[in-house]
Design a protein around this ligand. Structure first.
Ligand SMILES: Nc1nc2c(c(=O)[nH]1)N[C@@H](CNc1ccc(C(=O)N[C@@H](CCC(=O)N[C@@H](CCC(=O)N[C@@H](CCC(=O)O)C(=O)O)C(=O)O)C(=O)O)cc1)CN2
Ligand code: MET
Ligand SMILES: [Zn+2]
Length: 761
């Protein structure tokens, strides 16, 4: 018999950029000085109020509070506990200091290096990496956090504070080595306890504490730290819900189940046997089951999920809570905004707001029985059937063509040494060739033109003419700066992934499907719903045009198969490997066309290669095998005298250097500045065989690098890479910068290269 008490539903976190990216516009206006702090606060308040309203309207029991941030919640946590590096000066927990950490200013407004950005586990969200220092007292500075909690609970007394857990915070920090970070757990836990006591004073009962590291392969010492750390967090009247996500607990189930907390949240999308977890859980604890995939844009198969939940509900009764698997931060806000999408797609989408509805339906289905939600179950099934029947969903010919990819080991026509000789004969590059990563500033004029084109205020010919004049300007500027290998600047691209999606069959685009990437920056991942096919060349005309303007080589610029895959929302009825192979096949055709058009250098960007790496080591070999194969499938069509470049950023290479080498790109450019070139050690220690362009200045900060800084970094690189295989370039593309920053920075870079070249001759 169905139980009659309503089940508790909640979310771990919610998108915070607001409808139509309200937060982005407010932040950027504030940073420019066009708006006051009061206006920014008003925008933040309105967004948070809307989040609460959405939860309440959907009947979600416990909305989250404290997951909101004006920039990044990890940096907020660092400020909350006074864990900021000394170079910023003494930093109270204020909004301006949060921005200072992200944007590289001291508390007094001088320039300094910002905190590094890193991918949050295997997502495309970048957090600011806290930097810990020795002898740094932990100082709780909780006013800003408590204000949020007060505000939320005034509107909804069930609002549940969210905190990043102390051990995950320490794990994701840097500055101190692993054991020194762990040594801080005790003191940090004491500060958390003080904070929890303050929450208790506000009448809070349940607090969500995120420890996603429990889904990783953790060193034993860290696992052993959980029990004592969580003992220190016990506070009268406060109940802790410990959350884990982005994977299953695996060997850590027993540990997590026995911790001195009051509830455990698990990622049901990654956990095969939910009952086994329930079996381990003491009787007094709540099990929050992350049943909806918090990173999927697809409507769930509610009937199947109910089947999974029913035995758990029988076992646990109202100790069962329902939630999405993870914070909904990684999803766009509202599928209802997408009125321009075809019906067969729109009806199958579930963004953050729709997830709330689905959650509520599941809770009702469990407590009131199948019939109570029969209508919605039938609608879901019918919508899915329409999608599955859609022409383009399955292209039998393409399936046949790509089916054999896994059986091949594609390789370039000759080994690196022979290719390198053929390429040097063709291009005659100097020592330490200089280049950039692809994009030049996406100026307001470029974006306005694209907007006008999309809104049909200008026609295709006008748009194309304007983009061509941008390209001509970028070529001229690079020649004036004296770069050796040029790029066309990517003016015509809204985004390096969305742009390719727009050219390929099987993709669809949202109008407002924005997801926060870092700070005020957002991405709009395209949707892969059908088989991916290239029906016409995508970049050849632009590349040919750019090359026609100069005698220096201009790199053709493509986004690689792995990155297009991971930065899109992918269909859920086909393996990622199979989708990746389809994209690789499309890119292979494009590379053949570019080579035939006389483009001598082609860069295939794979910044998401590392991000795609599974969280658990046991899953690495399979991923690396198909990811490397897909890249090689795409590029192996290039003749020996076509130089293949690739580019990666936000990546640690130590663990995967063999696979990076297996990509066999002629040149790889990587982001290295924020690690002070330490990322290069992986390449040096491995004797990486091909050419490398370590980034010698950080493009994410507005500061212009000096020649001395650049030279120091090049010298660090020269100590690690043989000079004949070393390139000189920035860390990443320049699209977020202004020309006033880019020109002097590149001039300094070229000056250093020329001086060192003269020294070496
Ligand atoms: N998909 C993806 N993931 C990635 C990266 C990436 O480049 N792409 N890079 C790393 C993260 N870095 C990033 C760097 C920059 C931006 C970025 O600049 N995003 C832009 C949006 C880019 C875009 O899609 N632009 C469109 C739409 C621009 C727009 O907002 N138009 C306005 C009008 C123009 C304006 O006023 O700016 C409007 O529609 O109202 C275009 O150029 O056409 C932003 O947040 O502002 C995002 C991520 C890792 N992950
Ligand atoms: C996030 S990697 C960016 C690579 C791209 N070619 C650019 O320069 O913008
Ligand atoms: Zn990059």
């Amino acid at each position: 018999m169905p139980h009659s008490t309503p089940l508790i539903t909640h979310t771990l976190g919610f998108p915070r950029i607001g409808d139509r990216r309200a937060l982005k516009w407010a932040l950027e206006a504030y940073w420019r000085g066009d708006d006051t702090a009061d206006r920014l606060h008003a925008t933040g308040h309105a967004i948070r109020q809307q989040i609460l309203d959405d939860h309440v309207a959907a009947g979600i029991t416990r909305p989250p509070v404290g997951d909101f941030s004006f920039y990044d919640h990890v940096a907020d946590t660092a400020l909350l506990f006074g864990q900021t590096p000394r170079r910023f000066g003494p930093m109270a927990n204020t909004l301006d200091n949060l921005f200072a950490l992200g944007r590289g200013r001291t508390a007094k407004g001088r320039n300094t290096a910002p905190l590094a950005m890193k991918k949050w586990l295997n997502s495309n969200y970048h957090y600011l990496v806290p930097e810990l220092e020795t002898d740094q007292p932990i100082m709780l500075d909780a006013a800003r956090y408590l204000d949020l909690v007060r505000e939320a609970r005034a509107a909804s007394s069930k609002a549940k504070p969210v905190l990043l857990g102390p051990l995950s915070f320490l794990w994701f920090s840097r500055g101190l080595d692993e054991s020194a970070r762990l040594a801080r757990a005790e003191a940090l836990a004491d500060a958390y306890r003080t904070l929890l006591a303050k929450l208790a004073e506000l009448g809070v009962t349940w607090v969500q504490i995120d420890e996603p590291i429990l889904t990783l392969d953790l060193p034993l010492a860290w696992l052993q730290a959980f029990e004592p750390t969580y003992h220190r967090l016990r506070v009268p009247r406060i109940k802790l819900l410990l959350t884990t996500y982005f994977g299953d607990l695996n060997g850590n189930v027993a540990l997590a189940a026995q911790l001195p907390v009051d509830g455990l949240h698990i990622d049901a999308t990654a956990t095969a046997d939910l009952i086994a977890v329930a079996d381990r859980l003491p009787d007094y604890k709540v099990l929050s089951v992350g049943i909806l995939d918090g990173r999927s844009i697809w409507r769930a198969d509610l009937a199947a999920l109910l089947d999974r939940l029913r035995p758990l509900h029988t076992r646990l009764g109202d100790r069962l809570w329902l939630a999405p698997s993870c914070s909904l931060l990684h999803l766009p806000l509202d599928a209802e905004s997408e009125s321009e999408l075809p019906d067969f797609l729109r009806r199958n989408l579930s963004f953050a707001r729709q997830k709330l509805q689905e959650l509520r339906l599941l809770a009702r289905g469990l407590t009131e029985g199948w019939n109570a939600i029969a209508l919605e179950l039938n609608q879901t099934a019918a919508a899915r059937a329409t999608l599955d029947a859609q022409p383009g969903r399955i292209d039998p010919q393409l399936r046949a063509e790509t089916a054999t990819i896994p059986q091949h080991s594609p390789a370039r026509p000759a080994p690196f040494s022979a290719r390198s000789a053929a390429q040097q004969a063709r291009f005659r590059l100097p020592l330490l060739p200089t280049t950039t990563i692809g994009s030049f500033p996406q100026t307001p004029e470029i974006r306005q033109a694209r907007k006008a084109f999309k809104n049909r205020e200008i026609n295709a010919a006008e748009y194309e003419a304007q983009m061509k004049s941008e390209i001509a300007e970028v070529i001229r500027a690079q020649e004036a700066i004296g770069l050796d290998v040029l790029v066309h600047g990517e003016a015509e691209r809204n985004d390096m992934v969305e742009y390719f999606g727009e050219q390929l069959d099987g993709f669809a685009f949202t109008r407002e499907g924005w997801v926060q990437s870092y700070g005020s920056r957002c991405v709009k991942p395209p949707i892969i719903w059908g088989d991916v096919r290239r029906s016409r060349p995508m970049t050849v005309d632009w590349a040919r045009y750019a090359q026609s303007l100069t005698d220096r080589p201009v790199k053709g610029m493509l986004t690689g198969p792995v990155t297009i895959l991971f930065w899109s929302f992918v269909r859920d009825d086909l393996s990622r490997e199979a989708v990746c192979n389809q994209i690789a096949e499309a890119l292979r055709g494009e590379i053949a066309d570019l080579a035939a058009a006389g483009i001598g250098m082609i860069q295939v960007d794979e910044p998401a290669f590392r991000e795609g790496l599974p969280l658990r080591r046991k899953d690495w070999p399979s991923y690396l095998t198909w990811a490397v194969r897909a890249f090689r499938h795409a590029v192996s069509i290039a003749p020996s005298d076509v130089q293949i470049h690739t580019h990666m950023c936000y990546s640690e290479f130590n663990d995967i250097i063999e696979s990076i080498a297996a990509l066999d790109a002629d040149v790889i450019t990587i982001e290295t500045t924020r690690s002070n070139m330490q990322l290069l050690d992986a390449f040096a220690d491995f004797d990486y065989p091909n050419a490398i362009g370590p980034g010698i200045y950080d493009i994410h900060a507005p500061q212009i690098p000096t020649e001395a800084e650049i030279e120091a970094r090049v010298r660090l690189a020269l100590a690690r890479v043989p000079v004949e295989r070393l390139w000189i370039n920035p860390d990443c593309g320049l699209k977020t910068r202004s020309w006033a920053e880019v020109t002097p920075a590149l001039e300094a870079m070229v000056a250093v290269a020329q001086r060192l070249r003269a020294d070496l001759d």
